[in-house]
Write a protein that binds this ligand. Structure first.
Ligand code: KDG
Length: 327
């Protein structure tokens, strides 16, 4: 059984230690990153059952990713191990100002060879919801086909679907990115663009509700636009709502914040039996949006992509819902 299935590449992540630029790094720490596994970790810490699916090499990097996910209670039973291709790695370098620089070594990786033929009914058996991002279709034509098919099949098997465009310009050409992501929107129930991504996909518009309406007309019943420190806006049915940002003193690392945001919103929406029906959304959206902005803000407080993700008890205490005793 799984509350959420998520499909997408994880990579081993190397970062200079002590923090600094790559050419002068005496040593590197190793961890793992990947938008979908970031979401899996965050949801698992919030008490949800998550199945993460991707392909990994049979190398030690693949083993490292498997053990990290298993250690956090994520179901990895459907992960493919490909003897003929490596696990991807990436490097993140932070200069202490602005967003970190990311360098990918993922071309030809095991996950980039995923194709529709890999999809199994077992991927979605006993599950309620599928979450995918625009990173997977950026890895190649076969992965783009795979994501589209997976979204369709998940719907056929009764799952609801969310899509975070997660546009990574280092991975593909703008025109292609726009076309492919627009083609996936009709297949999702929840669409989660950032402000710049919405403008990238539709061109500049006058107001948030113009973007939301146009996305909604393509299919999703709820559209949430992330505005970084300014919070987020949501539209479902004819309802709109603004959620203020959750203030933080100091941003350490913005990578992974969008994934934590998505985990926050899903963890609340999925408390409803029919999460994307208007009556359910009317009930759950205020709490879901609040939790999403808190999760996103907290994720900026840590250097790793997901390690700082809170447990449900920590989160509830932090947002004043209950008291968590720390010492
Ligand atoms: O959303 C965070 C991800 O971008 C990061 O963990 C690495 O998946 C990754 C990517 O492709 O950039």
């Amino acid at each position: 059984k799984a509350d959420v299935v998520t499909i997408g590449e994880s990579m081993v992540l190397f970062q200079p230690s002590p923090e600094g630029t790559i050419p002068y790094a005496p040593q590197f720490t190793s961890s793992i990153g990947g938008a979908e596994s970031n979401l899996a970790f965050a949801l698992s810490r919030l008490g949800k059952k998550v199945r993460w699916i991707s392909a990994l090499g049979t190398d030690p990097f693949g083993d490292l990713i498997m053990t990290r996910l298993m250690g956090e209670g994520v179901d990895v039973s459907q992960v493919i191990r490909d003897e003929a291709a490596p696990t991807a790695v990436f490097f993140k370098e932070s200069k202490g100002y602005g967003d970190p620089n990311v360098y990918y070594y993922r071309r030809g990786s095991a996950a980039s060879r995923l194709s529709p033929e890999h999809i199994r009914n077992e991927w979605f058996d006993g599950a309620r919801h599928l979450h995918v991002t625009g990173i997977t279709p950026a890895l190649g034509e076969s992965t783009a086909e795979m994501v589209k098919q997976a979204m369709k099949q998940a719907k056929e098997q009764g799952l609801t679907v969310s899509l975070d465009p997660n546009i990574r310009r280092k991975l593909w050409e703008e025109e292609e990115a726009r076309e492919v992501i627009l083609s996936l929107i009709p297949l999702c129930d929840l669409f989660l663009p950032g402000e710049e991504e919405a403008a990238f996909l539709l061109g500049e518009k006058n107001s948030w509700s113009d973007y939301a309406k146009e996305f909604q007309d393509m299919g999703p019943s709820i559209v949430v636009m992330k505005r970084g420190e300014d919070g987020a806006s949501v539209k479902y049915g004819e309802n709109t709502r603004e959620e203020a940002g959750f203030p933080v003193k100091y941003v350490v690392d913005t990578v992974g914040a969008g994934d934590a945001f998505a985990a926050g919103i899903l963890s609340v929406l999925l408390e409803e039996e029919q999460p994307f029906q208007l009556s359910s959304l009317e009930k759950s959206v205020p709490k879901a949006m609040r939790r999403a902005v808190v999760m996103g803000a907290l994720a900026t407080q840590f250097k790793g992509d997901w390690e700082g993700s809170p447990t449900l008890a920590e989160l509830e205490s932090f947002s004043g819902e209950s008291q968590h005793i720390t010492r």
